[in-house]
Design a protein around this ligand. Sequence first.
Ligand SMILES: *[C@@H]1O[C@H](CO)[C@@H](O)[C@H](O)[C@H]1NC(C)=O
Ligand SMILES: *[C@@H]1O[C@H](CO)[C@@H](O)[C@H](O)[C@H]1NC(C)=O
Length: 221
Amino acid sequence: MKLFVALLVSALAISSSFAFDPSQLQDICVAVDEPKNAVFVNGKFCKNPNLTVADDFLFRGINIPRDTNNSVGSIVTMVAVDQLPGLNTLGISLARIDYAPSGLNPPHIHPRATEVIMCVQGELYVGFVLSNQLGNRLVTRILKPGDVFVFPFAMIHFQLNIGKTAAVAISSLSSQNPGVITIANAVFGSKPLIDPKVLTKAFQVDKKTIDYLESQFISIK
Ligand SMILES: *[C@@H]1O[C@H](CO)[C@@H](O)[C@H](O)[C@H]1NC(C)=O
Ligand SMILES: *[C@@H]1O[C@H](CO)[C@@H](O)[C@H](O)[C@H]1NC(C)=O
């Protein structure tokens, strides 16, 4: 019985330390860097609620287009807990994505969030790939202004601007800190690099091809 209780307690401890953004236990929990008189709530420390100000809940400038002149032709403006401290523990965040013509938000995953995306301007070819269990089926659509699409939790997904003009999308994500793993950068641009023996077999190509791919991502960074 004692062993059972000990196992149960440790299981609960593990599950809570790896939990998603938790259910709300208080009205607000504005993130604060200085943990003086603060408590830890599976995220950042909370500011004393009585000391919070309206600006803790405000982020301005998501209407401003950003420079897309980079190797993929897109840029993400994230409004997560690091940019908007009032999001702490609330399980939600927002992003704006700008795309140059032919710009790509390359295949990536959010390890902690589902994403709902709305095309605001332009024409986007978007899609996600289901897991191995579902045969890696590709699910795609073309989005025009006003169209909304969902990228389910942790699935590999992308958006490509197929229109002749710049495109803009707004996304909502189900975490205060969704995280992002860009597949190509993580696999071919890790630090240090993954041993080519791993990648030649995984991708069924020769070492020259792996060296070339790695060189692309080293030069980006
Ligand atoms: C915040 O203000 C309320 C109401 O004045 C008070 O009861 C509470 O103790 C204060 N909380 C903290 C953490 O200072
Ligand atoms: C885009 O960036 C490249 C490299 O930084 C630069 O040479 C080029 O002038 C830029 N183009 C525009 C239109 O800003």
